[in-house]
Design a protein around this ligand. Sequence first.
Ligand SMILES: Nc1ncnc2c1ncn2[C@@H]1O[C@H](COP(=O)(O)OP(=O)(O)OP(=O)(O)O)[C@@H](O)[C@H]1O
Ligand SMILES: [Mg+2]
Length: 409
Amino acid sequence: MVVVRGAGAGRRNWVRFVPAFWFGSYGKKSLRNSHPNVRAELRPSLARRLNARLNAFRASGRRPKFFDELLIGVLGEEVPHLFSKVDIMDETYAELPRPEFYKVDTVHDSIFTFPQYLEGLLERWHSFYLKGEQTVGGGKNIMRLDFDGRKVVLTIPNSELRKEIAHNLGLLLGKDNFLQNFPGQSEREIAIPLENRRGPVVFWKQPLAEIAKTLANHVIPKGRYIMEKPLNIPLINGRTWEIRHLVHCDRLYRPVITAKYGKIGGDAYFGNMDLGGRPVLAEKPVHDVLQNSQKEREFLVRSEGIALAGAKLLNAHLLSSLTSYINARMTGITPDNFFARRLAVDITGHLGRNGKLFPAVIEIQYPIGFKSYVPELEEVDKQALARVQAMDKALEKQDLPLIQQMLNG
Ligand SMILES: Nc1ncnc2c1ncn2[C@@H]1O[C@H](COP(=O)(O)OP(=O)(O)OP(=O)(O)O)[C@@H](O)[C@H]1O
Ligand SMILES: [Mg+2]
């Protein structure tokens, strides 16, 4: 397949896709009878790059099982800002019950600069999660910051990120913006005190504003982040928890919950399996917290409704971003095929001031790798795993012609 610059002068945005990546009209036409030879609007430079991606993808011999994997694999790598965690969060989370968050870019300022956000949120919230771009990776790009009035503590579960941060702090040694810091309570923590005082004598001071500035400009890796207020999760034996809902969408975008299981975290801060968490039946953590079968049922039903709503919002985001980026009528592959085949929605319980437990979304996991649920379901719910696999098969079968059309064209 090649994309060629289309019809003449004054129409520089028009390109023609031939033969498999061409465009037809929107709407729910069948694959076979849609009209092949229609031009599409697309920035020529982007069209070129997308084609290069598509060709590289073909040459790689990779054959995805689901059509959305192919879209994400080709388009997603070319326009990664559409599918990063930060974007998925930004686009879908506003309408879901979630903690307050700010989207920040350490390089390009928004309303405030990154140091201002760091300082402001430490002052106001005392704690927040700083979540990076990656969508998959189980705690690889996340840290928590806590401020108790005397020190800022960074808790960094991933050892590589921790090394990078410690290294950056080390590089400041002997420089003006040097931050005095110490190991925290555990090896995952770095503590940065505001001052060193013995009795009335203050040996040195590093005000919060200065700490924030140095962290932002010299220590925290550059990139786009979400700064998120911690939920008030009632702990189970000192451990956090959440319920992972696996959602599949069928051809009519209808989301269904095919499986779910509980995750009991390795500690109070992080619920990831890779960080010492373990899988349990979905009902278990809610039962441990609520001890009231009526309330437990209500919570579980509401959580499922929220997971389904999350899937719908994600699909709306995929549809609008893919169609506006391709910005074209793809013959044979109509935009109604742009939806997530499988995703996961992690939901925990937030204890409100009224003492009531509300379901709240921790994250929407998309794309989702099979490693993020198969071992867990094998352990806690084999029947659900069989359901998931049957659904996968049906969707694979449905997507095969679409994938062939795009890859063999
Ligand atoms: N706002 C929050 N309040 C309380 N706990 C949170 C919050 N955000 C994250 N956590 C905890 O941190 C863990 C990891 O966060 P999250 O799932 O967002 O990132 P991640 O798992 O590292 O990302 P990914 O799975 O995409 O690699 C969660 O499982 C949860 O236990
Ligand atoms: Mg996670």
